[in-house]
Design a protein around this ligand. Structure first.
Ligand SMILES: Nc1ncnc2c1ncn2[C@@H]1O[C@H](COP(=O)(O)OP(=O)(O)O)[C@@H](O)[C@H]1O
Ligand SMILES: [Mg+2]
Length: 229
């Protein structure tokens, strides 16, 4: 509760202060674009935070049942990355490098859950690999014999081996000097893993070859037996 409340306070304070300054006419016209940008950015952050908290609570209380329907995961991923393009650009990253198979990748998935998974992974990459933004982000989907693997890769500091399992625990955050002021609740990856498992798949963290983080989410292919874990 205190981790979440603390995280709510920062964007709310920015929104209130900015709104009040605009109201009082205290913002010079040339500073307006920055103000509008901050307002948009903080509201997006606030909505995503609230969505994550609600999603975790709904799963916990058994109130959310994933609606799994066969569909092309590659097309879903392309749409989500397209939708996030502006957000990525605003954070100073080049467009996401997208590597998708030519053939459709049919999985039984809940499109809203897939979006929550990918948005959380992209948000983390934008946040933790900000210093390596010039190297950009890569999203890859590969279809193996019985599963599809989604990989989200950055060139940031990566996730230390000792933390690679625990980052999926609720509220767990890697204790790192450089991230001391990076906002977050530690709920994102817990949600990612729970949603992946709800599809009969899983989520794991790995080291990206050549440096950086690689987050993998596995989905059983629709042709394979679906056994939720
Ligand atoms: N792409 C990444 N690069 C480096 N560290 C990461 C990355 N993604 C996640 N982490 C680490 O895993 C922790 C848990 O992630 P998450 O559950 O999304 O929580 P939050 O982003 O709110 O801190 C983060 O606090 C961070 O320490
Ligand atoms: Mg996160």
């Amino acid at each position: 509760m205190s981790a979440v409340s603390h995280e709510l306070r920062t964007p709310l304070t920015t929104l209130r202060m900015h709104a009040e300054m605009l109201q009082e006419g205290l913002v010079a016209p040339e500073r307006l674009p920055v103000f509008y940008d901050d307002l948009a950015h903080e509201s997006v952050r606030l909505s995503r935070l609230v969505e994550n908290v609600l999603a975790v609570a709904q799963l916990e209380e058994g109130r959310r049942v994933l609606q799994l329907r066969p569909g092309d995961l590659a097309a879903q991923i392309r749409d989500i990355v397209d939708d996030q393009a502006r957000h990525v650009e605003r954070r100073g990253f080049p467009p996401v490098e997208l590597a998708l198979p030519d053939e459709p990748v049919t999985v039984r998935s809940d499109p809203q859950a897939v979006e929550q998974i990918l948005v959380n992974l992209l948000d983390n990459a934008l946040k933790y690999a900000a210093d390596a933004r010039a190297a950009g982000l890569r999203v890859e989907l590969a279809a193996l014999a019985d599963q599809a693997i989604l990989r989200v890769q950055d060139r940031g500091p990566g996730i230390p081996e000792a933390d690679r399992d625990r980052v999926f625990d609720r509220f767990y955050r890697v204790a790192r000097e450089r991230d001391a002021h990076t906002p977050g609740t530690g709920l994102g990856l817990a949600l990612v893993r729970e949603l992946a498992r709800g599809h009969g798949g899983d989520a794991v963290a790995a080291a990206r070859p050549g440096g950086g983080a690689e987050l993998q989410v596995r989905f059983p292919l629709a042709s394979a037996a679906v056994r939720p874990t």
